[in-house]
Design a protein around this ligand. Structure first.
Ligand code: SF4
Length: 293
């Protein structure tokens, strides 16, 4: 049905449909299910996302390694103090993105979107867009289908693996999926969604993967916090009418080439970036000696 963003845009125009509608039809057809079946499945995904995005806001969730945790509560408390510089939406979005990252690091249940490391960005984006726009759960389910199309295109034509393409492929694609989804929620056109998806990926092109101690914790939760902000900024740019000079298909291709040109040290091996700083090496030493507090 489609392999490129170009095909999706053409289908949307020909059939006068949203990206989410095209995605639902394709998923049902491909798996020989009814539209209701695939929508019901996505409803369960949404429930998992709601839980992971909120469970770390009130009481601290500490990671399995005990290296990170409790930061979603801090951001939420800061938000409630009314002293934040960047405002309620941004701080709530960061808190909820970090909540899911903490659930992941504590071996809880999350929905990989597109990966576990980047799983905080999409739930927080759609849930905070819902707050702002007054959307329904049905709108959220549709938004997840739109996001899934971006993730599918990235998987088919590039990569969503930090080991293959760096964090641009994980948190970058997650922000791209989210930006496209929230643009559709806000009433933007399919072209607006793809413009937003392009901006989000361009904004972090070249972002390396350098997890401290080789664990999906730090800088991962920070990049989930900045990833959700990237999604909102990119969505607003597109909704304001800013056009992407580079089509999404070409942005994906560029991201993939950049990923392939990254040295192995910067692709999830913990042999470069912040993972090899003295502080990170000490954290890793304590963790592997079993003396992490
Ligand atoms: S730094 Fe690496 S492990 Fe962490 S979220 Fe990014 S790609 Fe995933």
């Amino acid at each position: 049905m489609y392999n490129k963003a170009f095909d999706v845009i053409k289908l949307c125009e020909q059939e006068n449909k949203k990206i989410s509608e095209i995605a639902i039809l394709k998923e049902a057809k491909m798996r020989n299910l009814t539209e209701k079946d695939v929508i019901d499945e996505m409803k369960s995904v949404l429930e998992i996302m709601k839980k992971s995005a909120t469970s770390g806001l009130e009481s601290p969730i500490i990671s399995h390694s005990k290296i990170t945790g409790g930061n979603a509560v801090k951001i939420n408390n800061y938000l409630n103090s009314n002293k934040s510089l960047s405002g309620d939406l941004i701080n709530k979005a960061m808190a909820m993105a970090v909540s899911t990252s903490e659930v992941n690091a504590s071996m809880g249940v999350i929905c990989a979107a597109p990966t576990a490391g980047a799983s905080g960005i999409l739930p927080s984006s759609i849930l905070n867009a819902k707050e702002k726009l007054g959307s329904s759960d049905e709108d959220l389910v549709n938004a997840l289908f739109t996001a899934a199309v971006i993730g599918e295109l990235a998987t088919k034509n590039a990569t969503v693996s930090g080991a293959e393409g760096g964090c641009q492929a994980e948190c970058g694609v997650a922000a791209s999926m989210s930006a496209a989804a929230i643009v559709e929620m806000a009433g933007g056109s399919p072209i607006d969604s793809f413009n937003a998806a392009s901006f989000a990926l361009i904004n972090v092109m070249g972002l390396i993967c350098d997890p401290v101690a080789g664990l999906v914790e730090y800088p991962c939760f920070l990049r989930n916090a900045s990833g959700v902000v990237n999604a909102f900024v990119s969505a607003d740019l597109a909704l304001a009418g800013v056009q992407s000079l580079i089509p999404f298909d070409e942005v994906l291709e560029a991201m993939y080439k950049v990923g392939k040109s990254l040295p192995e040290t910067l692709r999830e091996t913990a042999l470069g970036g912040i993972a090899t700083t003295p502080a990170a090496k000490e954290i890793a030493r304590r963790f592997y000696n079993g003396t992490t507090e």
